[in-house]
Design a protein around this ligand. Structure first.
Ligand code: SAH
Length: 351
């Protein structure tokens, strides 16, 4: 794999085996791979890899690139210290990541694509248009850059930034293997959540990968009619098909699934919708452990949607709980910096 602008080798996308192979073609011993892998994942440039011979360092510098994005904008929340980044990739594409401090550790929310093809009506990610999918190195680079900038360790990851991870399947999978690798950042798979709008065949593929990650499914409506209206992907894979895939995922992995539900005023937030949601979840998932994350929708000007009132949100939670569904309202971090993804990139594109 080569860099898009300079045709250099994209070394940060390499796993240890691939790195070993490359080094062997250069007549270098295999043991160097481990050390170079470690340096790269710490964000250290080739020239500064102090335990490597000078000639090799120079060769790597000339032939390879380290796809760590540059910070184009950086917003820090005065409320809770959340940091939002607008990162620029080597070819000028912009993406967003967010660094959040929770009690259970530091969490980075990262992007998997520059733009999105899914077109969910409430979401800002597709407004600037779809540019391209990210490489494994460019996902890893977001974590490395955020950790380097804050000087803090990253404990958890959520693939909930710009893009649809299951529309960039192979690269996302490679990224997951790299970021959980021993000798690299070594983030536990159980500390990683992947969020999808519901690309059913790839949920099934993911179920067979033997990863202990948490799957998060963006549901946002319980009926096909309503869901298709706000999420075009539902016209391809409807609610029944999606929830059947969730069931298979759980049966195969034993991992609890969480559902995202953005509450939109007058669209999907009344009692009838809450009852339908509880009923459809029960019908497909029975007694499976599930969790519903309710999020008062972040208002994106272009969508014309507004968030449900506090009372509506409370009533929705109450109805779900009455029906035995585990639901919480997501605590919002970075409320003063527009921390929800897609909006910085969108503004950047309209400048
Ligand atoms: N494409 C993936 C991941 C990216 S979005 C997915 O669809 O799941 C991460 C989460 O934020 C998703 O649940 C998405 O539906 C939600 N989201 C997007 N725009 C939002 C908004 N304006 N308000 C609240 N949640 C939003």
């Amino acid at each position: 794999m080569t860099d898009l602008t300079t045709s250099k080798i994209d070394l940060l996308s390499f796993d240890i085996a691939e790195l070993t192979e490359l080094l062997q073609t250069k007549g270098q011993p295999a043991y160097r791979a481990k050390s170079i892998f470690k340096w790269m994942h710490q964000g250290v440039g080739f020239e500064s890899m102090s335990d490597q011979p000078a000639r090799l360092r120079k060769e790597l510098e000339d032939e390879c690139c380290l796809a760590i994005p540059t910070i184009r904008r950086r917003l820090v929340s005065k409320l809770d210290g959340t940091v939002k980044y607008l990162f620029e990739l080597a070819d000028g594409c912009c993406i967003e990541s967010v660094f959040m401090r929770y009690e259970h550790g530091n969490t980075v929310c990262l992007s998997s694509q520059a733009g999105c093809r899914m077109g969910c009506r409430f979401c800002a990610s597709h407004i600037g248009g779809f540019e391209r999918s990210l490489r494994p190195s460019e996902m890893l680079g977001q974590v490395i850059a955020a950790s380097r900038d804050t000087g803090e360790r990253v404990d958890n990851l959520v693939l909930m930034g710009i893009g649809e991870p299951l529309d960039n399947y192979d690269n996302v999978l490679k990224f997951l293997r790299l970021v959980t690798a021993e000798g690299g950042l070594n983030i536990g798979a159980r500390h990683i959540s992947l969020s999808t709008c519901g690309i059913v065949p790839n949920i099934d593929r993911l179920a067979g990968e033997g990863l202990q990650i948490t799957l998060s499914v963006s549901l946002h409506a319980a009926s096909d009619e309503k869901r298709s209206e706000i999420m075009p992907v539902n016209r391809k894979w409807g609610v029944d098909e999606l929830l059947a895939a969730c069931r298979r995922y759980f049966e195969r992995t034993g991992r609890r699934i969480s559902f995202e539900y953005a509450l939109i005023d007058g669209v999907n937030d009344n009692r009838h919708e809450a009852l339908s949601l509880a009923a459809v979840l029960r019908k497909h998932l029975g007694k499976m452990p599930i969790h519903v994350n309710l999020i008062p929708v972040n208002e994106v000007k272009e969508s014309g949607f507004s968030k449900s009132s506090r009372e509506q949100v409370d009533a929705f939670v109450k109805t779900l709980k009455e029906k035995g569904i585990n639901a919480t309202v997501r605590r919002k971090l970075g409320g003063d910096i527009n921390a929800s993804c897609g909006q910085l990139r969108m503004n950047e594109k309209s400048l």
